[in-house]
Design a protein around this ligand. Structure first.
Ligand SMILES: [Zn+2]
Length: 226
């Protein structure tokens, strides 16, 4: 209890400084068929959080140097169907940009985005599509060959489907190792995202391939109330 209270105080302090923040969401509804990740936020809480934690910019804009801090970016992991059915109409209505990190082997599977939904999202200038690999591999525990497959083949599949370059990757489980970081450059990504429970550092002190995100779900929401 004390530990959680201290953690909340620490994060509140960090979040009140003019740091940029990147939020990682998974499911944003409680529809049983859509609860695939074990990380979920009720839709009403998702709406409330988004309305209270902006202003929002895209990951592309956040990556540009010399910009004033204190902005936030929204990302969704796994390419779940409720990104399209629940989050997209809400965020589009508010003009809020966001990024979806897709698992290429899961497209058209129950509870995940269909190819048609992905194409519709990708056609919207508010939406950026990145890769989350093919099948949710824990990169830090996979051998080099498997890691290369995850990085290179998921990127190629998305680029073929969307007819544009795929520059961003989010590590499943936030997991990576030295091999991952070497392969990241070789595979041609420009930025990659982990989950570290803290905002970005001010200035240019962030490693472009281990950018920190804050995972927002029912188990962490209390830490980010303000
Ligand atoms: Zn994931």
């Amino acid at each position: 209890m004390l530990k959680r209270t201290l953690k909340k105080a620490y994060l509140n302090l960090l979040l009140h400084l003019p740091n940029d923040r990147i939020y990682a969401f998974h499911n944003v509804s409680s529809h049983p068929a859509l609860e695939l990740t074990g990380r979920k936020l009720d839709t009403a809480k998702f709406h409330d959080f988004v309305l209270r934690h902006g202003p929002y910019i895209s990951l592309e804009e956040m990556g540009q140097p010399g910009r004033p801090g204190g902005k936030a970016a929204i990302t969704f992991d796994d390419g779940l169907e409720d990104v399209y059915t629940i989050a997209y109409p809400f965020l589009k209505g508010k003009g809020i940009p966001f990024t979806v990190f897709v698992l290429t082997d899961k497209l058209d599977q129950p509870g995940y985005l269909t190819t048609a939904q992905l194409l519709e999202l990708a056609a919207d200038p508010l939406v950026t599509i990145g890769s989350h690999g093919t099948d949710h591999t824990r990169m830090g525990q996979a051998d080099g060959e498997k890691q290369r497959h995850e990085l290179v083949d998921s990127k190629a599949a998305l680029e073929k489907l969307l007819n544009r370059s795929c520059k961003y990757f989010a590590y499943p489980f936030g997991s990576y190792n030295d091999t991952t970081l070497e392969l990241m450059r070789e595979a041609g990504y420009t930025l990659a995202y982990a989950v570290k429970g803290r905002p970005l550092l001010r200035g240019n002190h962030n490693d472009p391939f281990t950018l920190p995100r804050l995972s927002i779900d029912d188990t962490t929401l209390e830490f980010y109330d303000r």
